[in-house]
Write a protein that binds this ligand. Sequence first.
Ligand SMILES: [Zn+2]
Length: 242
Amino acid sequence: MKQTEHTAIVLRYANYRDNDRMLTLFSPTKGRIEALARGCRKPRSPILNASELFALGDFELYERGNHLTVISANLMETFYPLRADFDRLAVGTYLLGVVENVIQPGIPAQETFMLLLHTLSRLTFSEQPWRPLLTGFLLHLSQSEGFVPRLHHCVHCQRRIADGESTWFDLTEGGLVCRDCRLPVHVPISAAQVNWLRTMLTTGSAGWVDSPEMMAPYRLMRQYIELRLDKPVRSAAMLPKE
Ligand SMILES: [Zn+2]
């Protein structure tokens, strides 16, 4: 039996019995954590607000055997204004679902944690269009999780691909394909979109959040990431239609 404290964000919950919830937390140092929030659905529960999606705070956990229980939580942010915009709420929920899918119990994921908080903050407290935000998030996630696509060489013949050259994208191999190697299964990608991806990786998040909306290869990055997840992200069905 021991008590530990973790800064974490609620990625998911499942209601349990009459008043309880099983929370899926994301800690930058401990990865994915499942913890029982007992009594959190009672109106006067001190952990009521900390047991909602997007709740970010310091969670004090009690560990017994393999089971963790939330004792208390010091809430830092709820991203509450997200609830006022259906589209942005759907995008935020999708971010949580993707992250839940890539992180592992016990494996630190500091970079992914910061990326998630940064993207949620922009989504909640800025007017920036959600498409480049989400596309940039997915691109940077592929980088922090170690499967960033190859954007400077053809994944088949290794030839260097110049700026402005016509290119295609191989979703399975993860990168650009030149004119000589392309097959019908490869997805066309415009030179502007290739440039967008390259620029976003070098400038970091300061660049991708302010870029023109339509240049972000949103559908492509979604396909690329979702192909690499163990299970489908259920909240993807709620995303705004194009
Ligand atoms: Zn090639």
